[in-house]
Design a protein around this ligand. Structure first.
Ligand SMILES: Cc1ncc(COP(=O)(O)O)c(C=O)c1O
Length: 433
């Protein structure tokens, strides 16, 4: 093993507390220092290449060390690295904001900046709450879908429903209301869940500021997929009952579902849309909350009326992050990515048919460039995902199952040959269990 790799591993464990990890796991499953990345590949110090089939936590769209994004970032580094976003503005953010508005569902004309997905959720919840307060309405609750995940800060966790992350903190979180998610991707399931939603709104709409959901795919909730009909119904019901609809497109936005934004599948516009991850192509942390003029106007008045939205982060609207976001949008536009992905989506669907021959696989599903399946026959405590991870890594593919769910969310630059390799290795890993 390369000497540098050994040193990094040892020094890392002296100080670094890794996210979402039981640190003692690293005794059995050592860390892998990564030296560099290029395209879909991550390289360790021994020259092993791994296909990043989960886009490094769903952020990377156009490959690691993308030359075009890198060039734009370098230009910005020499121009303006950061400036406070009160009293000042700058070209990258002005440009980016109008571009985001132009590609977002109709009516989302206002853009508020934060610096990670969870913070965007905090912003959307606070804005919705304060909107009602500014209108003299006392709406203290948020409604969310069962099995949802919106991040791990306190507000975001309060509207999440993945026990693993939430249970420990339950006692100190906001008390939210949960409504069933459609149990599968059928229209029937969407309509049944919509009925349950209506029952809750019928009784409690006066107390509910907003209904927050992940459109079409609950990613951290095991890549659970549901029909766009549910979004249409949710929009209608929220309108009818005077409740905001927050579409959390942090994971599914920027082409993951086959369209730029998942809401487009249903032809709806939410009152708030949260974006992060792919927003910067996987380069820098940034998030945005898009909202309507109606929401914006409810905060717009003389300072003395105290209706301003007093929320900020030090790095709000960072010019470097804005410049890579602009570069990301350039690539979407110039390279016709969404159209090109359609062929890849069909190709993957065809290749996934082979997985139906495996007895230990069920519920193979796909929404655009998000593909998942469930591994049968193992209890959660058996941590079967680790076996899949270890096998695939030896074969040059980085897979990171969520419990018993194996999924693929590769960068869009993945080639057909690399898709073959990613799926072949996953198939073998499952065959060998
Ligand atoms: C749908 C959704 N919302 C919010 C978040 C939180 O984003 P972040 O990890 O940047 O805080 C995530 C992260 O995976 C997510 O998938």
């Amino acid at each position: 093993m390369h000497k540098k790799s050994l040193i990094l591993k040892q020094e890392d464990l002296q100080h670094i507390w890794h996210p979402c990890t039981q640190m003692s796991d690293y005794e059995k499953l050592p860390l892998i220092p990564i030296e560099k990345g290029k395209g879909v590949y991550l390289y360790d110090f021994d020259g092993n290449a791994y296909i990043d089939s989960i886009s490094s936590w769903w952020v990377n769209l156009f490959g690691h060390c993308n030359p075009y994004i890198g060039k734009k970032l370098k230009q910005q580094v020499d121009t303006l690295e950061h400036v406070i976003l009160t009293s000042f503005t700058h070209e990258p953010i002005v440009k980016l904001s109008s571009r985001l508005v132009a590609i977002s569902p109709k009516g989302l004309n206002r853009v508020f900046y934060a610096d990670n997905g969870s913070s965007a959720i905090e912003v959307a919840l606070k804005m919705s709450y304060q909107y009602h307060k500014n209108k003299n309405q006392d709406k203290k609750f948020f409604l969310a879908l069962e099995n949802s995940y919106h991040g791990e800060t306190m507000g975001a966790l309060s509207v999440s429903d993945v026990g693993l992350y939430k249970e420990t903190f339950e006692a100190i979180l906001l008390k939210s209301i949960f409504t069933p998610v459609p149990k599968d991707a059928s229209i029937k399931a969407a309509l049944i869940a919509a009925k349950e939603l209506e029952k809750i709104l019928h009784v409690r709409a006066d107390e509910i500021a907003a209904f927050v959901l992940e459109p079409l795919v609950q990613c951290a909730g095991g890549m659970h997929m549901y029909h766009s009909m549910y979004l249409q119904k949710a929009r209608e019901l929220c309108d009818a009952y005077g409740v905001h609809l927050i579409a959390d497109e942090i994971a599914v936005g920027f082409g993951r579902t086959g369209k730029m934004f998942a809401c487009e599948h249903a032809g709806i516009s939410p009152d708030f849309m949260t974006l992060s991850k792919g927003l910067t192509g996987g380069y820098l942390p940034m998030s945005v909350v898009l909202t309507t003029d109606t929401v914006y106007d409810a905060f717009y008045c003389d300072y003395s009326e105290q209706k301003a939205f007093l929320h900020s982060h030090s790095y709000t609207g960072n010019p470097l992050a804005c410049s890579v976001a602009n570069a990301t949008l350039d690539i979407f536009e110039k390279q016709n990515i969404l159209e090109k992905n359609q062929r890849k989506i069909r190709y993957i669907a065809k290749k996934m048919k082979r997985f139906t021959t495996l007895a230990n696989v069920a519920n193979i599903r796909q929404t655009g460039m998000i593909i998942a399946l469930d591994i049968l026959g193992f209890k959660p405590e058996e941590r079967i995902g680790l076996q899949v991870f270890t096998y695939a890594l030896q074969k040059g593919v980085f897979l990171r199952p969520l419990g018993n769910t194996l999924y693929f969310m590769p960068p869009f630059v993945i080639t057909y040959k690399q898709i073959d390799k990613m799926l072949d290795v996953a198939f073998e890993a499952l065959q060998n269990l």
